[in-house]
Write a protein that binds this ligand. Structure first.
Ligand code: PEP
Ligand code: MG
Length: 757
């Protein structure tokens, strides 16, 4: 049975057209269960009832014609109850509904199971038989299992308009939205230009050759041509991208160094494989290695290697990138957008990016942000083969894509784009103003930083300090632990750029989803395992080197250096860390350097730290809430798991109460309190945290100007009133709706895009 089920699902997935997919289902289910009728009923686009979408065994003419109300017949009952109904003689059931023309009079046995996706009933799968009999448990289980697997196919058809097409033109056209994840903020409208990879590595066959020298020469020529292309592209970008982002292209060139990828390819050619086959094998190996990495940032690097491989292959096959016309408002769409593709489009014509694969961590997302171009990543349902030259709207704030929008929607978004432009110009004027509420309450807006490219972006947007330096990021880009001097140089670079502002360096926070390739940690449950301070306290040699590098980086500068400890779950960890920091500081002084002792603070990221926050505050100079992890641990929701993403909410009442508790503890001990999780960079979050008395909000540089604008336009008195209301609310939804309403009522609706109001 399992093989049969597997085969049906595979056949369905392999067939592209929705009507064909449904036909495969009804035919194969009849075969598998020995039934005479199998039908699929689907919820119509207006959600007002079901249409007969496919059948085998009944009158074929009724497909797309027959429809049932939500409460009509046994199909309606299966949908309402959201569970299977199994009847020996359906005609005797009070809900049996005779539909003339269908031809089901002769059938008695009935088994209907709902098709449900993310809690929503999308349709009903039915089998029928002449004989009066009850379907046995294994038959029922088979149909239920099949329907669970088909739900995503139906959901895709619903999103892509496949269901409207089945039902003819009876339903008014609706704007269809495809959901992805935000890659780079902003909204744009434009024309889809779909770029396919120029050649396919999968199509390359293995082939033995005798003339090894000739193959080596072909390879050298191809690699040289790709190097030249990349240098040209990098030059083309040199005016529009900061130096740090241009380093990406250097990374590409490094991969093409003799001892890197080409070296491996040459080895294989020397063993008798032709150049194309050797290239395919080496690229696959490298890509696989990247894809197995647990860290999502490193995983994405596999796409870069693939892109390089394809470029070399296209020269080996003597295929050049076809000359594509890029209209003025190009929205680049590709299965897996690569930095190279981005670079092939004149910067002034590129208005947006849609990538079917990838995440907010992808290089492309980072580049798009640097270029100020909206991007939607991981838009799995976008029908890439059907949208060439079609008009698109993309919303990089919410990760949404609309294909062929109606004039109404298009106008609505055009207005939004105009508003945005105006708003950004206005926000630029705030750069040098302090963040003070209308009734004079001062809030410090700092930035979260990691890549060195963040420095210029942050200072450009008026950052007043660094609230979180994620030091693990420079550790990740190495193949061994960086030395004390290497670390000192990186840290000093940031401190010099920010002098005399405050710089908060977090000690190494690896483990969880942030492994180091050269320090593997394999655990069943990494988020509850060896993470953050737990690792560094077990390895004082790593901790001491890092702390010394931080302290030394500050020699002779006016920066206020703060050292922050991640993942603290007990006071003993703080005592031990303080002892080591004292030791590191004394060692630096013994070396004859003159420097102030840094302040030390604790991140509040786990529930135990919330309950001991008063005690913790007594032991350190400041507390900073890491709301990203605090939310994950309080709600028991993995922050990286898309399946439970809807349960992850920093505005959950329990999380907000915890954050208020921590602020109270810090105030009671007279210590500084900040928040450096994503919630601090949202308009509603910033208002509530300010009302709770958070003195520092640290966020990514992109969000900073908006948050400043919002806070400068509210009164703390009003924010406290909102907080009091919110703390009495029971659900996230209630809180979100209320805060949205308050923002709009206060005239701050510009930070709530109008289609989400
Ligand atoms: C947090 O957990 O909120 C935080 C700021 O740290 P990170 O996102 O790096 O885990
Ligand atoms: Mg954290």
């Amino acid at each position: 049975m399992l093989t049969r089920l597997h085969n049906i699902v595979q056949d369905v997935v392999a067939s592209g057209k929705f009507a064909e997919q449904l036909q495969i289902i009804v035919v194969e289910v009849n075969k598998a269960l020995g039934t005479e009728v199998c039908s699929v009923y689907l919820m119509n686009p207006m959600r007002s009832g079901y249409i007969m979408a496919a059948n085998q065994g009944l009158n074929q003419d009724v497909v797309g014609q027959i429809s049932l109300g939500l409460d009509e017949g046994l199909v309606g009952l299966v949908g309402r109850r959201a569970e299977p109904i199994n009847l020996e003689d359906a005609t005797k059931h009070p809900r049996y509904y005779y539909m003339p023309g269908l031809g089901e009079e002769a059938f008695n046995a009935f088994l209907g199971v709902p098709i449900i996706h993310h809690r929503e009933v999308l349709g009903v799968l039915v089998v029928q038989q002449r004989a009066k009999r009850r379907f046995d448990e294994s038959e029922e289980a088979f149909l239920v299992t099949l329907s669970v697997q088909l739900a995503s196919v139906v959901s895709h058809a619903q999103a892509t308009g496949g269901i409207s097409a089945l039902s003819g033109s009876d339903y008014p056209a609706q704007d269809v939205m495809f959901k992805g994840v935000p890659g780079s903020p902003g909204i744009s409208q434009g024309v889809a230009v779909v770029i396919q990879p120029v050649a396919s590595l999968d199509g390359v066959v293995d082939r033995e050759v005798d003339d090894v020298t000739a193959e080596l020469q072909i390879l050298d020529k191809a690699v040289e041509s790709v190097r030249a292309d990349i240098s040209r592209i990098s030059e083309q970008f040199s005016g529009s991208l900061p130096r740090e982002e241009l380093a990406l292209f250097d990374a590409y060139l490094h991969m093409l160094d003799d001892e890197a990828i080409p070296g491996d390819i040459r080895d294989r050619i020397r063993r008798g494989q032709w150049a194309q086959g050797a290239l395919k094998q080496v690229i696959r190996e490298h890509v696989r290695r990247f894809e197995q990495m647990e860290d999502s940032y490193l995983r994405e690097r596999g796409a870069d290697v693939k892109d390089l491989g394809l470029r070399v292959l296209s020269y080996l096959q003597d295929i050049r990138t076809k000359k594509i016309h890029f209209p003025e408002n190009t929205i680049l769409v590709a299965e897996d957008v690569t930095p190279g593709m981005l670079a092939s489009i004149p910067a002034e014509r590129l208005k947006g990016v849609v990538s079917i694969k990838g995440s907010g961590n992808s290089h492309v997302a980072i580049l798009a942000q640097a270029l100020g171009v909206p991007a939607v990543m991981g838009a799995l349902d976008v029908p890439i083969f059907e949208i060439e030259n079609q008009s698109l709207i993309i919303d990089g704030y919410y990760g949404e894509v609309f294909v062929n929008p109606s004039p109404g929607l298009s106008n609505q978004y055009n207005d939004l784009i105009d508003e945005e432009k105006e708003f950004t110009q206005e926000l630029d004027l705030l750069k040098n103003l302090r963040c003070v509420t209308r009734d004079g309450w001062r809030v410090r807006l700092w930035v979260n930083i990691g890549l060195s490219g963040d420095i210029s972006r942050s200072l450009d947007r008026g950052a007043e300090g660094i609230g979180l330096f994620r030091t693990e990021i420079p550790f990740m880009s190495k193949d061994r632990f960086p030395t004390e001097e290497e670390q000192r140089v990186i840290y000093r670079h940031h401190m010099e750029a920010f002098e005399p502002r405050t710089v908060t360096m977090r000690t190494l926070d690896v483990g969880g989803d942030k492994p180091l390739a050269y320090f593997p940690i394999t655990e069943e449950n990494p988020f509850l395992g060896w993470r953050g301070i737990r690792v560094t306290l077990d390895h004082p040699e790593i901790f001491l080197v890092q702390v010394r590098a931080m302290i030394k980086a500050n020699v002779g500068l006016e920066c206020l250096l703060r050292i922050m400890l991640p993942m603290i779950s007990s006071v003993t960890e703080v005592d031990e860390a303080q002892r080591l920091i004292d030791q590191a500081y004394d060692e630096v002084l013994e070396e004859g350097l003159q420097v102030k002792r840094p302040s030390v603070g604790v991140m509040i990221e786990v529930p135990s730290a919330v309950y001991q926050s008063r005690l913790l505050a007594r032991k350190v100079d400041f507390l900073a809430v890491g709301s990203n992890d605090l939310t994950q641990y309080m709600l028991a929701v993995d922050r990286n798991n898309p399946r439970v993403a809807e349960l992850y909410s920093e505005s959950h009442p329990a999380v907000l109460k915890a954050m208020r508790e921590v602020a109270r503890s810090a105030h009671a001990e007279g210590k500084f309190i900040g928040c450096c999780g994503e919630v601090a960079g949202t308009p509603a979050g910033a208002i509530l945290l300010m009302a709770m008395g958070y003195q520092v909000l640290s966020m990514n540089a992109t969000n900073l100007p908006r948050v400043k604008w919002v806070l400068r336009n509210v009164k703390r008195r009003d924010a406290r009133r909102m907080l009091a209301r919110v703390l009495k609310m029971e659900t996230t939804a209630e809180i979100k709706a209320y805060m949205q309403g308050e923002l709009i009522a206060a005239g701050l609706g510009r930070v709530v895009p109008s289609h989400h109001k």
